[in-house]
Write a protein that binds this ligand. Sequence first.
Ligand SMILES: [Zn+2]
Length: 222
Amino acid sequence: MNRFLAVFFPPKCPYCSKAIRYDQTECIVCRAGFPKMPRIALLPTGEICIAPFTYNTTVRKAMLEYKFRGRKFNSESFASALAYAINTVYTKDMTFEVITCVPMSSERKKVRGFNQSELIAKNAARILGKPFEQLLYRDKGAAVQHELSYHERINNKDNTFHAIHPEKIKGRKILLIDDIMTSGMTLSACCGVLKENGADRILCSAVAMHKGNDSGRCFRFR
Ligand SMILES: [Zn+2]
């Protein structure tokens, strides 16, 4: 946060709401409590997804305040935790050259004012030193995956996601970022479009992953 603004609007820790210094993204106590090992899941389409957090009460509160109460500052901490998780499990097989995010329909973006995954992805791109590019778009009025039942989700193959410029996907190694992974269906749908358009390799990452999974189709390595 800007030092001048911090005098008038002291930043707060996204997880415990204690006041923090302008150059911190969360308090020292919460940072020390971050899981040392990220969670890894296999998506229905075969890609790997890495997340620093389990979607527990604390992370949920920070995420809801971020998405619905204008606490955009929380994205700095989410991105920092996500970048740490990526670097922890990073191997030669996971190299990527561009970072993108799960898109939001233009309609929905207008209502919320911003795409929560995009802001996290842009902050993560800055930390990881890779470019952010919006590679996909989402149809207007497309059903939101988490509002559907599992049965509806697997049958929701109505081509919700599309490539903006297919030539920007072809042959590239891509890191795809979302805010929360529930069943992995949304990330899988995006992976499908990226693969159809010739992506060389896709690695997925979310800030948090649900503890179990409601589909039974993805599983935890740890
Ligand atoms: Zn804290």
